[in-house]
Design a protein around this ligand. Structure first.
Ligand code: PLP
Ligand code: COI
Length: 345
């Protein structure tokens, strides 16, 4: 095993043994190659550098209590990458190739897969970029598909389920109406960098985006989906500009398994006042409890129009904890995987 402080990994790119790479050219994918060289050489006219011909995925592998290695729902990531690549009119790997390369990447880096019991995991980052030289604004004909991985701890860098704060972004959108919010395109994240820097500079852990057309409904956080608990009901926004989160989809099923009602619908901003618990959810953040959400007319202004609080500042609320325990239990092999979500290596 690699010598790492498994309980303090943070969320960052670490050098591992190898990554897996395949190129699409003349209508076919090359045989995936395992390489310890993480540097690639590309023509500076490659579309990815100019027009963001790029999309990516995020999945996780876990070392279970039983010693088995599990990848959580990589088939879902494969389908979402096909949807993102499809929007870019770019070739995307088949589900079979995608999953095969994720498995190969994890297997090649097992010594970096955190041991069970540290709350850490192996983050898998599949990447699809357009590489042929071009000047016009066109979809890429030649494509690189790479899968890298890195051992990670919590996204926030704080221990376990420590709650964080968020601010509503009213003067910056991550997605346009009829835009690309529902795809995992690199460009969506470029849009969010500046407002994130402002929010972090103000001490907020997360940024909450509203629907870009009317700014009256909740969309999602910049890194994750929004989920709220109201009594025995799980509420999550239905919106065209939100990324269809695999974690959220799974948690909705878990909530139903617990006998909860799941509402996927438009969520007005003022409804925040009625929620018992609010969380960010996603592969990187897992479930991150949100303790406070400030509504500001502008991120740059001092004014806070309204502040909403949920639960306690330092403890995860009970329903969110229960959802977290079930999903992590399934990923760690301590709870029965009744929906067959994990690919066991
Ligand atoms: N929303 C955004 C903007 C994200 O970047 C992510 C992360 O992938 C999610 C939601 C959560 O999606 P998933 O649960 O599939 O990781
Ligand atoms: C993920 O959760 O996998 C993501 O891609 C989110 C990203 C902001 C790290």
């Amino acid at each position: 095993m690699a010598e790492l402080d498994w309980s303090n990994l943070a969320f960052k790119a670490r050098q591992t043994n190898a990554m897996v790479i395949s190129y699409f050219k003349d209508g076919q994918w090359s045989e995936p190659e395992l390489t310890s060289d993480f540097s690639i050489t590309l023509n500076c006219f490659a579309g990815v550098f100019h027009y963001a011909n790029a999309c990516f995925e995020g999945a996780k592998a876990f070392r279970g209590a039983d010693g088995k290695v599990r990848i959580f729902r990589p088939d879902e990531n494969a389908r979402r990458m096909q949807s993102s690549g499809g929007y870019l009119d770019m070739a995307a790997p088949s589900e079979e190739l995608f999953v095969k390369m994720c498995v190969e990447c994890v297997n090649a880096n097992l010594e970096y897969l955190p041991p069970y019991g540290y709350g850490s995991s192996m983050y898998i980052r599949p990447l699809l970029i357009g590489v042929n030289p071009q000047l016009g604004v066109n979809s890429s004909k030649e494509v690189l598909f790479a899968v890298m991985c890195s051992p990670v701890g919590t996204y926030s860098g704080k221990a376990g389920l420590t709650p964080t704060t968020a601010v509503i972004s009213r003067n910056y959108d991550r997605a346009a109406p009829n835009g690309t919010g529902r795809f995992k395109l690199a460009g969506n994240y470029a849009t969010s960098l500046h407002p994130y820097n402002l929010a972090h500079g103000l001490g907020y852990g997360e940024l909450l985006y509203l629907d870009p057309a009317t700014k009256t409904k909740i969309d999602e956080f910049g890194s994750s989906n929004f989920l709220a608990i109201k009594g025995n009901t799980y509420v999550t926004p239905l919106s065209d500009s939100v990324l269809p989160s695999i974690t959220n989809k799974s948690l909705q099923q878990v909530a139903k398994d617990f006998g909860m009602t799941v509402e996927k619908r438009a969520v007005k901003v003022e409804e925040l006042a009625e929620f018992d618990e609010v969380n960010a959810c996603g592969t990187a953040v897992v479930i991150t409890p949100i303790h406070k959400i400030d509504d500001k007319p502008q991120l740059e202004s001092e004014t806070v129009t309204r502040s909403y609080t949920f639960g306690q500042a330092d403890v995860c609320s009970p329903v969110s904890q229960k959802l977290y325990d079930r999903i992590r239990g399934i990923q760690n092999g301590t709870e029965e995987d009744t929906h067959n979500w994990c690919l066991v290596l």
